[in-house]
Design a protein around this ligand. Structure first.
Ligand SMILES: N=c1c2ncn([C@@H]3O[C@H](COP(=O)(O)OP(=O)(O)OP(=O)(O)O)[C@@H](O)[C@H]3O)c2ncn1[C@@H]1O[C@H](COP(=O)(O)O)[C@@H](O)[C@H]1O
Length: 92
């Protein structure tokens, strides 16, 4: 799932169609700061949902957070495999 979504994001990077939220994030005038702002907001929304004990909202907000993390990785040209390799390196 994460790989598939990452590939769709990469496709939007190559072919930035006008109605794409992803393309707006990747090529917005705020640059990487726009993506970082959204990540901060989404992390806060996860924390608030956890504190409110709203399980369904936690799932929803974590999905938002993962999507925005993938957009960040794509912007920085970091492949998911690099993150997987790092996790594998730490595995005990
Ligand atoms: N998985 C996602 C996804 N998750 C979250 N979001 C967007 O992230 C934003 C979350 O922001 P907020 O929580 O602040 O909600 P909001 O108030 O609607 O957002 P803003 O108006 O404040 O930006 C929403 O606009 C969501 O639509 C996503 N946008 C796109 N995707 C996937 O990305 C791919 C490419 O989509 P497009 O870029 O739309 O073509 C497709 O496979 C989509 O399913």
């Amino acid at each position: 799932m994460l790989e598939e979504l990452y590939e769709i994001i990469e496709d939007r990077k190559r072919n930035p169609v006008e109605d794409s939220y992803t393309a707006k994030l990747l090529y917005g005038e705020k640059g990487i700061n726009g993506i970082l702002e959204k990540l901060g907001e989404e992390m806060t929304e996860v924390i608030l949902a956890v504190k409110d004990g709203k399980r369904e909202e936690v799932v929803y907000e974590v999905a938002d957070l993962l999507y925005h993390l993938l957009v960040l990785l794509s912007k920085l040209e970091i492949r998911l495999e690099e993150v997987y390799d790092e996790l594998a390196r730490r595995r005990k």
